[in-house]
Design a protein. Structure first.
Length: 432
RNA sequence: GGAAGGCUGGCUGAGUGGUCGAAAGCGGCGGUCUUGAAAACCGUUGAUGUGAGAGCAUCCUGGGGUUCGAAUCCCUAGCCUUCCGCCA
């Protein structure tokens, strides 16, 4: 949620920036509503003050065993006042709920280094890393290789749960475990504390990180006997909300958490995209990094976050590039985001494998996560950041496509040999 | 699934309609004493919002209600504990 005060102070700027993120602010409605709330609140406070004093007075009269008619008269007066308070309270409550509802659909504004653009074609490349691998044969896509080796089974995945589900077996399943271990351990090396969290969350929690209310169609939901839970689309949701409605001490910051969880996504609106293979699945696992920091530290932490993501890709020896998302491609809650796109020789394309975002205090306002400032002793909203390091499935795709050999076998990256002590998956799909 | 009990400040815990933002103890902070520390003693000490500040408002798990007035009564949601049943 945006900072209402700042927003009112810089309304033209906010309006322009919201527009670039596809939100058209109704200025008159917004201003009328906010000033109405301010005035009504002040009025309410005064009424409450009067009522408090009047009631205390009646209490004193009762205890002093004052004349009955005098008490009755005071009661009648206060009764009228109490009903005024009640209607005013209700009015304020309704108006505040209305404003909150409006603001919950408002995206975060972007920072000034974010390029303005319509969609992902206008993202800007920051840098390229590592050598692009050379092949003296035509590199294949991961699903061609995987099926040929008999280790990826998309048809049976679909039989079990429909499109966008995969069955992995033997060498692929072993590779998956190795990748999980590698990613988890690398996150620890990068200084993140591991946390294990629920894979389902309540509506309130999903609102805290910004998935709800706007993106309900993108989330899987369970519902039974009136209980409603959402399957997490990323560990960001439960991990960021660990401190929902809490006040931290500044000395606790920064907090760096990582978490390996399954992720569930409806992939609404991506019909027809990446239907082959396991690039875009309804269910996948991912190691996510989440940071909480003081407001002046968020850009330093952002640099550390991207460095952590890069280290993973570097260790695997993959070629990739870092891009800055433009306003049109930037997520709902982020104010700045760098994607890491790994080179997939089978597709002959760079494809997103990690996304590192700075949310500033946008999520913290929704989730009400604050910290006590050391010097001012005031409570401030924390800044939250998160990034993937990495999704298991896409990392496997990158390994399979980049480490493939002419005969269809796949070399095991050195970084994985601790957990998968083999040279390769041979052309028969066996670990040797 | 059935039954009962509970949720109060950093912690323990008192408080069942009136000056209660809340006793007491612990803890914290400051001081006396001491070469220093401990002990003892004295004082002080809840939070949030808003405001330059005095202040004002709100807060006893969340939400709603009754009342002039609610930590206290009623309804409701959540969580915790115990007992019984069932189960990986």
């Amino acid at each position: 949620m945006l900072d209402l005060k700042k927003m009112l102070e810089n309304l033209p700027e906010y309006k322009e920036k919201l527009k670039n993120k596809k939100f058209d602010l109704d200025e008159k409605y917004f201003l009328d509503l906010t000033s109405d709330i301010q005035n009504s609140k002040k009025e309410l406070q005064e009424l409450q003050s009067k009522l408090n004093k009047g009631s205390a007075n009646i209490g004193a009269l009762v205890q002093a065993k004052a004349d009955n008619s005098e008490i009755e008269k005071a009661k009648a007066e206060m009764s009228a006042l109490a009903s005024d308070v009640k209607t005013r309270e209700e009015y304020v409550r309704n108006k505040e709920a209305e404003l909150k509802n409006y603001m919950m659909y408002m995206p975060n504004i972007y920072d000034d280094t974010t390029p303005i653009g319509k969609d992902d074609t206008e993202n800007t490349v920051v840098a390229y890393y590592n050598e692009k691998p050379k092949f003296d044969f035509e590199p294949k896509e991961h699903y061609v290789l995987g099926e040929k080796l008999g280790i990826l089974d998309f048809e049976r995945g679909a039989k079990l749960a429909g499109a966008r589900f995969t069955v992995m077996k033997a060498a692929a399943s072993r590779l998956e475990m190795a990748v999980k271990n590698f990613l988890f351990e690398t996150a620890l090396e990068n200084g993140f504390t591991p946390v294990s969290v629920p894979f389902m969350v309540t509506r309130n929690i999903a609102e805290g990180t910004g998935q709800l209310p706007k993106f309900e169609d993108d989330m899987f939901k369970t519902s039974n006997e009136g209980k409603e839970l959402f399957l997490i689309p990323t560990a960001e949701v439960p991990v960021t909300n660990i401190f929902n409605n809490e006040i931290l001490d500044e000395s606790d910051l920064p907090i760096n958490y990582c978490s390996l969880t399954p992720c569930f996504r409806v992939e609404a609106g991506s019909a027809g995209r990446d239907v082959k293979g396991m690039f875009r699945q309804h269910q996948f696992e991912k190691v996510e990094m989440v940071k909480f920091c003081a407001k002046d530290e968020s850009w330093n932490e952002f640099a550390r976050l991207t460095a952590s993501a890069r280290r993973v890709l570097d260790k695997l020896g993959l070629h990739y590039r870092e891009v800055t998302l433009c306003t049109g491609d930037l997520g709902f809650g982020a104010c700045h985001c760098h994607d890491f796109e790994v080179w997939l020789p089978g597709q002959n394309k760079y494809r997103e494998i990690s996304s590192c975002s700075n949310y500033l205090d946008f999520q913290a306002r929704r989730a009400n996560i604050r910290y006590r400032d050391k010097t001012t002793k005031k409570n401030e909203f924390v800044c939250t950041l998160n990034g993937s390091a990495m999704p298991i499935g896409r990392t496997m795709i990158a390994i399979i496509e980049n480490y493939q050999q002419a005969d269809g076998s796949i070399r095991i990256p050195d970084a994985l040999k601790k957990w998968l002590p083999y040279e390769k998956i041979n052309a028969e799909g066996e670990l040797v």
